[in-house]
Structures are given as C-alpha cells and as structure tokens.
Design a protein around this ligand. Structure first.
Ligand SMILES: [Zn+2]
Length: 137
C-alpha cells in the first residue's frame, strides 16, 4: 500500500503519530480532527496515500462513500442532529480525506465553518468525544 514518508496521515496510519481513533479496518482509519471546526469533527482517511479523492478506483470510492454514510449516520445519533456536513477540500494535508462535521442549528458557525472552534476541546474532552462515537458504532 502506497505511503508517503513525510505525510502526517501516513504516519498516523503506521502509528508513528498518535490520534483520537474512532475506527480502523484494512482500508481506512477514522479519527477526530485535532483542530475541530465543530464538536465531533471526524476524518475518514483511506489507508492508501492518494493526493486526490478522484484518483481512487471506482470500487474503492463507492466503498469509501458507503462507510462515510455509515459514520455520518453515527454522528447524527451521537450528536443528536440531522445536520452532518461532508467536506472534501484537498490542500491542507495532501492525503485525501473526508471531513464530517456534526452541526447544531444554533452553533453560530455559519453554513460552512472555515476555522477551528475556540476554545479547542482539551485532551480529555477529545478522548470523551472519541469514546462516545466508538460506543455508537
Ligand atoms: Zn499519506
């Protein structure tokens, strides 16, 4: 499986870097974003290093989207909201990944949040969020 030496996500996948892990299987890892744009901001990351989502083979893409829907439904339950945004951006970390952002109608973050929330959840809050999501899987 293709990895890039200086890629933060590849290092998380090979466990050189720690993360708030929610789920892992042979093809993907799901973690909390350490600079969340909303509470529960989750990243779905294919284990293979692709720069762009559109490089992934069709079959793998559909599997990834199926898993993404599954996790979006989980976040809906955990954060008691219908509103979960899916974002694929692309140049922040060039290892393709999907952002899922649970939103609340009164969270004040606008249509599409563009910066991390302040204050950032601390380590124990992040662990608790990850645990709550894991328990709902
Ligand atoms: Zn990578």
């Amino acid at each position: 499986m293709h990895k890039e030496k200086d890629c933060i996500f590849c290092k998380i996948i090979t466990k050189e870097l720690s993360c708030y892990k929610i789920y892992e299987d042979e093809n993907l890892i799901v973690i909390l974003d350490i600079n969340p744009y909303s509470i529960g901001h989750t990243l779905i990351i294919p284990k293979e290093h692709f720069n762009w989502l559109w490089e992934i083979g069709s079959k793998e893409y559909y599997e990834l989207m199926g898993k993404t829907k599954y996790f979006a439904n989980i976040l809906q339950k955990v954060f008691k909201t219908e509103w979960v945004e899916m974002v694929v951006a692309g140049i922040g970390i060039q290892h393709t990944h999907i952002h899922l952002l649970p939103r609340q109608k009164n969270d004040g973050l606008g249509e599409l949040p563009t910066k991390p929330i302040i204050p950032k959840p601390n380590d124990s809050e992040m662990q608790k969020i990850a645990e709550n999501i894991r328990k709902a899987l």
